[in-house]
Design a protein around this ligand. Structure first.
Ligand SMILES: Cc1ncc(COP(=O)(O)O)c(C=O)c1O
Length: 470
């Protein structure tokens, strides 16, 4: 069976289940569907995304897929029958948002969040943001068009973040890091092209690449980051013209690319005539100081650098930047203009106010200290239960842990949620087959150190028998 027909078969089973179950009822698990139809997780996600787009099912990350309320109200009623024609023209344009839905869904009430892509609310600079935003919108020109590629001061600030000889002229301000990833992928690569990615990697980048018609190809990561010894082979085997990587505080492992590998990535990409897309999303979340960016060592326009303000502030500060040199920079700017014109000026003004205020360095210092305490608390809590992270992160929000052999990470995440703790099953971070059962635990998004200990204890109880025997 090819991919499309497998997706259709799984979708057909789910449709039948929706017809026979009641709203709120749980559908068969992804694992059961994979086993029954002998298909990959991607095929199952696609089928779920299809039904989700039709409003028939809702996915609750870490919990499962359920019959939607709407399916009862009108799912088989006249309105939905009226939309049924859309299934045919949309059939070859599936967009699977599974990875980003998981990132953006808030934890259910009362659940300990050991998974989340942003700082816990108590670590966000809410006061400083309110002050910055109030000042920004008072300006008479706040609602005017901004300079098309971003406010001058903000482009200068992002250029300094990137380092080296990157200048404001190289920077385009975008509406958040996810938009920047999508923009860069679409500007650099045609549909159907391979894209080398770290394995594991950020699921939002995988969703974005697939939505752009690209084929993510895994290159393994270890405790020193991307395995550059395998990179040349991956370029040669696939003919890829770009690699997407996070050299600093990699999501999900927390790895920092080792100094010799930082040089090597650029050498290998040069030999392959390829771009390096550097997603520098966590630079401001250092527990220890971050190393210089890759773009700061690049003199030939090989690195396209992405940095975002959301991670060190709040999810709605949707301001990020792409730094690029040469014809590709022009192409990135043109793509953004055609897609969405520019980023709303009040948001840019507020961001500029914030990063220029005395509160900003204070905030970064206190976030770094809080992350250190939380990371240490989580590492100790894990150790108390016989679990060890793949590495102790020097920054970022997350920690990556191997589970005892044979553990089903998805089933564990589901059981954890029932036990009141939200964790991220490792599987969704792998572009292809997982290297083994893993879980991502976010020390940066939990409410505090007590929750980290409590959440870890609940997780360990679920793993109890396998920890004893594993
Ligand atoms: C590696 C990485 N890049 C980019 C993003 C996108 O973040 P945002 O769009 O909020 O800037 C995320 C979010 O989790 C991420 O982990």
């Amino acid at each position: 069976m090819n991919d499309d027909s497998s997706t259709a078969t799984v979708a057909a089973e789910l449709r039948t289940a929706v017809a026979t179950l009641r709203p709120g009822d749980r559908l068969p698990s992804s694992r059961a569907l994979m086993a029954r139809h002998q298909v990959s997780p991607v095929t199952v996600s696609r089928a779920i995304a299809l039904l989700s787009a039709e409003g028939l099912v809702v996915s609750r990350p870490g919990s499962g897929t359920y019959v939607a309320e709407r399916a009862r109200a009108g799912g088989r009623g006249p309105a939905d029958r009226a939309y049924a024609w859309q299934a045919v023209p949309l059939a070859d344009r599936t967009v699977d948002a599974g990875g980003v839905v998981a990132l953006l869904s808030p934890p259910p009430d009362g659940v300990i969040a050991l998974s989340g892509g942003y700082l816990a609310p108590e670590l966000q600079p809410t006061r400083a943001l309110a002050t910055a935003a109030a000042r920004a919108v008072r300006r008479p020109d706040a609602w005017e068009r901004p300079p098309l590629y971003g406010l001058r001061g903000l482009r200068e600030w992002f250029a300094r973040t990137a380092g080296g000889d990157v200048s404001a002229a190289d920077v385009t301000v975008t509406g958040g890091g996810q938009a920047a990833v999508t923009l860069v992928l679409r500007a650099l690569l045609p549909p159907g092209a391979p894209l080398l990615v770290e394995s594991p990697t950020y699921p939002g980048a995988l969703d974005s690449a697939r939505a752009a018609g690209l084929r993510p190809v895994p290159v393994p990561v270890d405790e020193d980051g991307l395995r550059t010894d395998l990179l040349a082979e991956a370029f040669a085997a696939t003919g890829a013209r770009a690699v997407y990587c996070q050299p600093t505080f990699h999501n999900p492992t927390g790895a920092v690319l080792a100094p010799d590998r930082r040089v090597r990535v650029l050498d290998v990409a040069r030999a392959a005539g390829a771009f390096v897309i550097e997603d520098d999303f966590a630079r401001h979340l250092g527990i220890d100081p971050p190393p210089p960016s890759l773009i700061s060592a690049d003199g030939e326009g090989r690195v396209v650098h992405i940095s975002s303000l959301t991670k060190a502030t709040a999810p709605s500060v949707r301001v990020a930047a792409v730094a690029a040199r040469g014809p590709v920079a022009e192409r990135i700017r043109a793509t953004q203009l055609v897609d969405s014109f520019f980023v709303a000026r009040p948001l840019q003004e507020a961001a500029l106010e914030l990063v220029g205020s005395p509160a900003w360095p204070r905030h970064l210092r206190s976030v770094g200290e809080a992350l250190r305490r939380r990371r240490d608390a989580l590492v100790s809590a894990l150790a108390a239960h016989g679990l060890r992270p793949a590495l102790v992160p020097r920054g970022g929000l997350h920690l990556w842990t191997a589970l005892p052999p044979g553990t089903d990470d998805m089933a564990l995440a589901e059981a954890a949620l029932r036990a009141g703790v939200l964790v991220s099953a490792g599987r969704r971070y792998f572009p292809a087959e997982p290297a083994g059962p893993r879980v991502r635990l976010s020390y940066g998004s939990a409410a505090g150190e007590a929750e980290l200990a409590d959440g870890t204890a609940r997780l360990a109880r679920l793993l109890g028998p396998s920890l004893e025997h594993g």
